[in-house]
Design a protein around this ligand. Structure first.
Ligand SMILES: Cc1cc2nc3c(=O)[nH]c(=O)nc-3n(C[C@H](O)[C@H](O)[C@H](O)COP(=O)(O)OP(=O)(O)OC[C@H]3O[C@@H](n4cnc5c(N)ncnc54)[C@H](O)[C@@H]3O)c2cc1C
Length: 283
């Protein structure tokens, strides 16, 4: 036996299961159900949260690219029903690249109206560069928390009610179900859910980031983990948090945001800061 040779235990398939995905895979299937069955067989440890409706491939990406509206994006992007593109899975998996998206936007209007859209593309590029230059920042706190808490004050594992989407908040449960069944969340919903996990439940951003990465079709260590660190305040000057009024304004058209099923977000920012960060000096 040469060093490094892989030996299949007696009675097992000659090639270990974890290496089977490296075998040449079929590219044509009778229908989508056959494709889904094939992928499931390759991923026996994947959960059973259903299959996202998002279609892969260049044709689907081109349809979304043709439909972008960067001008409407500029004034509506923070609303959950705003003119966002849903291009992230295709960008993440290199079906389209950022230049192509930017060039498509530039064909559509004057620079000022496009500014916000192009800035957001810039965020993706920025996070990628930070990651490339500092690969060791991705799973460790870049700086101390500015919340008044020490790292040890945060739980390392995700509470089961968050994983199951059975928290005290109907809006968060809606976001969790959306994440698990579609593999996508609007940016603002990601911010709300990340802040809920880290600040309301006092769970490490790493546990939240792992949960997101397990479900997002665009799951990306740079954009995801560095955004989580921004929310947590380990890569920002202060923690990101929100109140019910903000949630209702930007997410009320998509998620159940009434007071009675989201009491934990009620109050002014000052009230919530005292409740969430009792040891922190005034913001
Ligand atoms: C906690 C958290 C986790 C995130 N995790 C990921 C992730 O794993 N993968 C990922 O691609 N993005 C992530 N983002 C960034 C952002 O939420 C998504 O890129 C965006 O929501 C994708 O939807 P869209 O394509 O409709 O975006 P649009 O709003 O239509 O934007 C167009 C493109 O610009 C880029 N972009 C827009 N906003 C951001 C942003 N804030 N940061 C970085 N790039 C941006 C994306 O490539 C996006 O596809 C995360 C943000 C937060 C707050």
């Amino acid at each position: 036996m040469s060093h490094g040779e892989i030996i299949a235990p007696t009675g097992f398939h000659a090639r270990p299961r974890y290496l089977r995905h490296m075998e040449k895979q079929p590219t044509q299937f009778a229908d989508r159900a056959a494709l889904v069955a094939h992928v499931k067989a390759l991923s026996p440890l994947a959960g059973d949260d259903g299959v996202s409706d998002t279609r892969g491939g260049r044709a689907a990406a081109e349809r979304l690219l043709a439909a972008i509206d960067p001008t409407a994006y500029g004034h509506s992007r923070n609303y959950l029903d705003g003119a966002v593109t849903r291009l992230s899975p295709y960008i993440r998996h290199a079906i389209v690249n950022l230049n192509e998206v930017r060039n498509r936007a530039l064909e559509m209007g004057d620079g000022k109206a496009l500014e916000k859209f192009i800035q957001e593309l810039g965020w993706r590029d920025f996070w990628q560069r930070i990651y490339a230059q500092n690969p060791d920042w991705i799973w460790r706190d870049i700086e101390a928390y500015k919340t008044g808490f020490a790292p040890d004050d945060y739980a390392d594992t995700l509470p089961p009610d968050i994983a199951a989407g059975e928290t005290e908040s109907a809006a968060m449960n809606h976001f969790i179900a959306t994440l698990k069944t579609t593999g996508y969340l609007h940016n603002h919903a990601r911010m709300y859910l990340a802040a809920y996990i880290v600040h309301w439940r006092r769970v490490t951003w790493q546990a939240g980031a792992r949960f997101f990465l397990a479900h997002l079709l665009d799951g990306d260590p740079a954009s995801n983990n560095l955004s989580f660190q921004w929310v947590a305040s380990t890569f920002a000057n202060k923690p990101y948090f929100f109140n019910l009024e903000n949630l209702q304004k930007f997410a009320g058209m998509d998620a159940p945001c009434d007071y009675h099923t989201n009491k934990c977000f009620g109050g002014s920012y000052d009230d919530l800061a005292v409740k969430l960060f009792p040891h922190m000096e005034a913001l």
